[in-house]
Design a protein around this ligand. Structure first.
Ligand SMILES: Nc1nc2c(ncn2[C@@H]2O[C@H](COP(=O)(O)OP(=O)(O)O)[C@@H](O)[C@H]2O)c(=O)[nH]1
Ligand SMILES: [Mg+2]
Length: 424
């Protein structure tokens, strides 16, 4: 999955990106080699405890494993993640994050980075618009003393992005409209959905996006008749409904540490709205990497490792951060990414293994892989994600918890452990 960070200049996109992709040193390697500098990997806690917790319980009950000791650095985890990490059965899984700079007025008409900007967005599965909830920047991102009416400026800021995207989609739609709407004359409603599907596959559209957009349109306008006679307003509205499907936008109300009240409540959005403090997240992760504090992303507190090594200014800064962190119940940076990935995009974590009893791979590693997949993915589709040979040769799968044999169309759910049998 790929989540894009977008927004006007100076709202904190790059800070958010650096903070979220700054991994703890003990995180296993990730194949970064071919990715761009503005693309990184954020590690997020899986929604449920790693199955290595259940495995440990089982092994302890059988007398094959000693109970966890107080000084265990992994706090009981016994899995061997190939990527990410697991401590205290908190399994971290990767998601791609993209820092998409270049939101300027007229991007849809090619201004600024223009089409490069828009195609960056098109490659993302979801967008987070970072906005300045403290009102410290004007609409072009220039630093100012403080906006007087932060609520209106946030509304303006968020509608600015959606309007830019709507215009872009409208342009694509308008381009082929006379041909597309003639198809409806010949083929009826199916002609329209096929046309939209073809027109927007480049932006990642599937048939379900198209059908949902058409539903939204129908609710607003009553029907889909005679599209070749539609006024521009109606075509534009269809573009709006397509955009809602293709570009779900969530909001990071950033700089919440310096905001007055909760101005983000005024934002009109059908996505998630989460206050965030990207700056603080970055500072905390750096202090943790430097060994000054112990902080786990997502937590609402941290501990100072050795106060005697800090000067009074550092202690002051840390205690003020601690207070803000606890009032805000965390910086919101990881939380928002998790909510987007697991709630809004409806993804889950599934653990493929080669041995359904010991939950190991062919080399004897315990639960090495954690796949982030759509909820309800069928076992055969999961097999293809593991390896195309496994998909091509698929015979059956075994649920690692119940040990029951399941077929190709069995739907996987969160935290499943699955063994796939395939012809080799
Ligand atoms: N007060 C405050 N400032 C922040 C926060 N996040 C970022 N900033 C500051 O906002 C400015 C712009 O940040 P940057 O990440 O470069 O913004 P970008 O242009 O959107 O990539 C920098 O001075 C950051 O330190 C935050 O959560 N709170
Ligand atoms: Mg930047």
């Amino acid at each position: 999955m790929r989540i894009g960070l977008v927004g006007k200049p100076n709202v904190g996109k790059s800070t958010y990106f650096s903070a979220a992709t700054l991994a703890k040193v003990d995180i296993a390697n990730y194949p970064f080699c071919t990715i761009d500098p503005n693309v990184g990997v954020a590690f997020l806690a899986a929604p449920q405890s790693c199955p290595c917790k259940d495995l440990r319980d089982r092994l302890e009950a059988d007398g094959r494993l000693e109970p966890v000791s107080d000084d265990d650095p992994r706090q009981g985890s016994i899995c061997e993640p190939r990527t990410g990490s697991c401590v205290g059965h908190k399994r971290l899984v990767p998601t791609f994050l993209v820092d998409v700079a270049g939101l300027v007025p007229g991007a849809s008409e090619g201004r600024g980075r223009g089409n490069a900007f828009l195609s960056d967005l098109a490659n993302c599965d979801a967008l987070i618009q970072v906005v300045d909830a403290a009102g410290l920047t004007d609409i072009e991102g220039n630093p100012i003393a403080a906006v007087e009416d932060v609520e209106s400026s946030l509304k303006e800021e968020t509608s600015f992005l959606t309007e830019e995207l709507d215009s872009w989609i409208h342009g694509i739609l308008d381009d082929g409209w006379s041909r597309g709407s003639r198809r409806v004359q010949a083929e009826g409603e199916k002609g329209l959905s096929t046309f939209l599907h073809e027109r927007f596959t480049g932006l990642g559209a599937n048939l379900s996006h198209v059908l949902q957009a058409l539903d939204g349109f129908r609710n607003q306008w009553g029907g889909l008749e005679t599209p070749w006679m539609w006024p521009e307003e109606k075509v534009r509205s269809l573009a709006f409904h397509m955009r809602k499907q293709l570009f779900p936008i969530h909001i990071a109300a950033n700089k919440a540490d310096s905001s007055k009240g909760t101005p983000w409540d005024a934002i009109e959005s059908n996505g998630i709205i989460q206050p965030t403090m990207a700056d603080m997240e970055l500072a905390l992760r750096r202090a943790d990497s430097g060994g000054m504090i112990s902080y786990n992303p997502g937590d609402d507190t941290f501990t100072i490792v050795d106060e005697s090594k800090l000067n009074p200014a550092q202690i002051n800064a840390l205690s003020s951060m601690k207070e803000k962190l606890s009032t805000a119940k965390g910086t919101g940076v990881s939380l928002l990414l998790s909510r987007v990935l697991f709630d809004a995009l409806n993804h889950v974590v599934v653990y493929p293994v080669a041995d359904e009893n010991a939950w190991k791979d062919g080399d004897g590693r315990i639960l090495p892989d954690a796949f982030v997949v759509p909820d309800g993915i069928e076992t055969k589709a999961l097999a293809y994600k593991v390896h195309s040979d496994l998909g091509d040769g698929f015979i059956k799968a075994v649920d690692g918890r119940t040990r029951r044999i399941v077929g190709a169309d069995h739907e996987c759910s969160d935290n499943d452990v699955i063994k796939i049998h395939a012809k080799s």
